[in-house]
Design a protein around this ligand. Structure first.
Ligand code: NAD
Length: 477
């Protein structure tokens, strides 16, 4: 079912110029299942030349024509969703049901940005003199270099590509090397929908070499990156040195606050689903569970039961609720985090170990009684680990929520309108979801503050990063 993955440059599917490839591994079995073309500098030069031509052709098309191509791409992706989702499971590991949702949601995102393409408005600014027209116009920024990760291999690439294309930009997408085939199918949907050659190019290779070449390149006018804060800071610095606009969607460490007056059943059910989705490899996953003292014990017991009810296995098995970790780096990271937690006196209430010895499976894990300097409480775990601690007052829990340099997502459960307003207002975070999981929809903004990055990837805000403002003042001749 799996197929070898090619680069997409100037409208053609092709191997690297030097023929180099690398292996793709199924995380549930550790079997090599195919290969992917590995782009070198010559391929990047081809992509840059193609993007220049693609940009010239694409920006000339009317907004309505661009919207039409995007709508068609959304349709094609929906029609091919089952195939794309199966590829995703084979190379990334998540359960098929989650992969299907990701692909369908990506089609919705493309459709959303198709609508936005037709709503790129300017302004007429009243002039001080007769016969002067002052126009504030919006123009596409130009060629965009987009870097997307392996945890949501289709939807992360979609958010960047669809917004950039809607704005009239051309894109060089560096997709996720660990899950390249499903991302290539996204690009195929755009190509088959009638995108001009070169408007969307896809490359894979050595990420630091590719960003090191593309970010400073004069042809590239904007970069967008999703990944870790460490890499994001390096790329933001590089972008700054070369005066490139940048969007950074980086790591998080989401607090999940459960007040004594919360609906506990809903809190446990929704937060456990959020925690173990994609084996916890989600930038907005709830991570620090902060539970009001009087309901701490019942919450802990119910959450542990929810963790233990997860069924680990191949994502293709319909009974599976949690697949393997996507790569061996995550397994090593989990083991190092847990060793540190145990050394520092943390209590592993459930899990805390690898499952089996083939496939990168890690048990759904709950840890309590961690001291403040435990690594887990300060670094993003990016795995199926929940950290649970009690709190006494709203002031104290808001202070804990804001303690870390991250500020991506936050969650809160309370029946008090007053507490909800305080939490929504005072948590330093790009997104706060109260009493339900309401983040990540096509029509709503998505992005972080502090070390979690800057720029928005959804909603009406999502197209802004791909548009320049141009002011034209014209005196009638
Ligand atoms: P990593 O930091 O090496 O890589 C993260 C992502 O950035 C990958 O997709 C990688 O290909 C890319 N990348 C790395 N160096 C790059 C460079 N110099 N130029 C361009 N792209 C580069 O870590 P990893 O082991 O792949 O992932 C683990 C960490 O990454 C996690 O702890 C998590 O914080 C973060 N991450 C975040 C997201 C997210 O959705 N925000 C997604 C994936 C990974």
């Amino acid at each position: 079912m799996y197929r070898d993955v090619l680069l997409h440059i100037g409208g053609e599917w092709r191997g690297a110029r030097d023929g180099r490839t690398f292996d793709i591994v199924n995380p549930a079995t550790e079997d090599a299942i195919g290969t992917c073309a590995f782009a070198g500098t010559a391929d990047l030069d081809d992509a840059l030349a193609a993007a220049a031509q693609g940009f010239a052709a694409w920006r000339r098309q009317s907004a309505h024509a661009r919207a039409g191509v995007l709508m068609k791409a959304a349709e094609l992706l929906r029609a091919r969703a089952e195939d794309v989702a199966q590829l995703m499971v084979l190379e990334q590991g998540k359960p098929l049901a989650e992969a299907r949702i990701e692909v369908q949601l990506s089609a919705d995102v493309i459709q959303w940005f198709a609508g936005e393409a037709a709503r790129i408005y300017g302004r007429v600014v009243p002039a001080r003199a007769d016969h002067v027209r002052q126009l504030s116009l919006r123009e596409p920024v130009g060629v965009v270099a987009a870097f997307t990760p392996w945890n949501f291999p289709v939807s992360q690439a979609t958010r960047k590509s669809a917004a950039a294309l809607a704005a009239g930009c051309a894109v060089i997408l560096k997709g996720p090397e660990e899950a390249p085939a499903c991302c290539a199918e996204l690009v195929r949907a755009f190509a088959d929908a009638g995108l001009p050659a070169g408007a969307l190019n896809l490359v894979y290779g050595h990420p630091p070499d590719i960003s090191g070449y593309l970010v400073p390149h004069p042809q590239v006018r904007k970069i967008s990156f999703t990944g870790s804060t460490v890499v994001g800071k390096q790329l933001a610095a590089l972008a700054g040195a070369h005066m490139k606009r940048a969007t950074m969607e980086l790591g998080g460490h989401a607090p999940a606050i459960v007040c004594a007056d919360a609906d506990l059943d809903t809190a446990v059910r929704v937060l456990a689903a959020g925690k173990f989705r994609n084996a916890g490899q989600v930038c907005i996953a709830p991570t620090r569970f902060l539970v009001e003292q009087s309901v701490y014990q019942p919450f802990l017991e119910r959450f542990v039961a929810a963790a233990e009810a997860q069924r680990l296995g191949s994502g293709l098995d319909p009974d599976t609720t949690m697949g393997p970790l996507a790569n061996p780096r995550r397994l090593q990271a989990m083991e190092a985090f847990m060793e540190d937690a145990r050394d520092k006196g943390g209590r592993v209430v459930t899990g805390g170990e690898r499952r089996g010895n083939r496939g990168w499976f890690y048990a759904p894990t709950v840890v309590s009684d961690l001291p403040p300097d435990a690594r887990l409480l300060n670094e993003e775990p990016f795995g199926p680990v929940a950290l649970i601690a009690p709190f006494e007052t709203l002031d104290a829990v808001i202070a804990e929520a804001n303690r870390l340099p991250f500020g991506l997502a936050a969650y809160a459960y309370t029946r008090s309108q007053r507490s909800a307003s305080r939490l929504g207002g005072e948590i330093e975070s790009g997104m706060v979801s109260i009493n339900h999981h309401g983040l990540g929809l096509p029509e709503t903004p998505f992005g972080g503050v502090k070390d979690s990055g800057y720029g928005s990837e959804g909603g009406a805000e999502g197209i802004e990063p791909y548009l320049n403002v141009k002011f034209v003042s014209q005196l009638d001749a």
